[in-house]
Design a protein around this ligand. Structure first.
Ligand SMILES: Cc1ncc(COP(=O)(O)O)c(C=O)c1O
Length: 367
């Protein structure tokens, strides 16, 4: 907790507005719309659900192809596969671990409906190139910005480049309400249908605005609204964004400064943030030279009471990925970095003595 989480939740309960789209939900949406300059923000029950809404809004049909980085969370791909899409996995760049835009042209076909870049660790993908290629092929770009709220690429907020973007407010993210997310809609044409899909396929939002005199079933949909109690918690976090982001920046810069020499001496790679990007300070990771050294380091840190964790496994080599024809060697950078990567403790309550302990434990690791 960073501010008025408990007070706001108590207010939501006292007001009896505990279902979705209450006063705190509106406050969160308005804050995000104003700060990011997005025409419409809809809070959702998770980033996963915002991604599922992408696929419905893009009218993805069985046999359509969607290009997705092989190095991402399962939800990025599952959302489209649920609608019958065939995922086409693209490898990531070795520097930022973001979708490698130089591979897109080779993967685009007449069936490609969308490209879904993921701003890994809240560092922006090469959006200029991605958008140029997508526009040339008349393919939608939708951003999985689970990590990147308030990060920027060339001075513009992540999540404002594609037709839509998805945010996560899961416990592990910079801003959280336990489980939650948001759909950012940059294409105004999608707004009305998004409201319907989020409200069980009904035109309930139009009814509440007095635009229709009763509401009814008008489309497919589901229940993607979070309770206003969760929105109350989230609002307290979003209100404190300067405090949260400043603390996370301190953590990131502390690790980066403290580990530079150590990393160079042991051929450990630290995160790369291109000059065109202002990152969101979501994560600090290391790339060890080999899987064995990474596994050894996880064990060593655990013995010292420090939790270092790996991240995504290559999606094209997962059980599901192989059903779609995934083969070893297809995305070599993903396959390599997935073995090498370890994330360091990084959360809003992390203290300086804890950061010092992490760095000391790393320095004591015998290569
Ligand atoms: C890139 C990415 N997309 C989507 C998600 C899913 O987020 P949520 O738990 O809010 O559904 C995650 C989860 O961490 C993620 O890393």
């Amino acid at each position: 907790m960073v501010g008025n989480e408990k007070e706001y939740m108590a207010q939501a309960i006292a007001a009896g507005s505990t279902a979705g789209d209450g006063p705190f939900t509106r406050k969160c949406s308005q804050l995000l719309e104003q700060q990011l300059g997005v025409p419409k923000v809809l809070l959702t029950t998770s980033c996963t659900h915002a991604l599922e809404m992408f696929a419905i809004l893009l009218a993805i049909q069985p046999g359509d192809e969607v290009i997705i980085p092989a190095f991402t969370f399962v939800s990025t791909v599952n959302a489209f596969v649920l609608r019958g899409a065939r995922p086409v996995f693209v490898d990531v760049r070795p520097d930022t671990l973001n979708l490698d835009e130089s591979r897109l042209e080779d993967l685009l076909t007449s069936r490609t409906k969308a490209i879904a870049p993921v701003h890994y660790a809240g560092v922006g993908c090469e959006m200029d190139t991605i958008l140029e290629i997508a526009n040339r092929h008349a393919v939608a770009v939708v951003e999985d910005n689970a990590h990147g709220l308030f990060g920027k690429y060339k001075g513009k907020y992540l999540g404002t480049f594609g037709r839509m973007a998805a945010q996560s407010f899961h416990e592990t993210k910079n801003f959280s309400c336990g489980e939650g997310g948001a759909l950012l809609i940059n294409d105004p044409e999608l707004v009305e249908r998004a409201e319907i899909i989020r409200e069980k396929g009904t035109n309930r939002s139009r009814f509440f605005r007095g635009q229709v005199d009763k509401y009814t079933w008008v489309d497919i949909g589901s229940s993607y609204l979070p309770s206003d109690i969760l929105a109350a918690y989230l609002y307290a976090q979003l209100e404190n964004r300067p405090k949260i982001q400043a603390h996370r920046r301190r953590i990131w810069e502390f690790y980066d400064a403290a580990l530079k020499d150590w990393a160079a001496a042991h051929e450990v790679r630290l995160p790369h943030v291109p000059a065109s990007c202002e990152q969101s300070y979501h994560m600090y990771y290391l790339l060890l030279p080999t899987l064995e050294l990474r596994q050894g380091l996880i064990t060593h840190l655990r013995q010292r009471g420090v939790q270092g964790v790996f991240h995504y496994l290559p999606l094209h080599l997962s059980e599901m990925g192989r059903r779609f024809g995934g083969q070893p060697g297809e995305c070599p950078v993903t396959e390599r970095v997935s073995d090498q990567l370890i994330r360091l403790p990084f959360h809003n309550a992390l203290t300086e003595p804890e950061m010092v302990r992490v760095v000391e434990a790393l320095r004591d690791y015998e290569f």
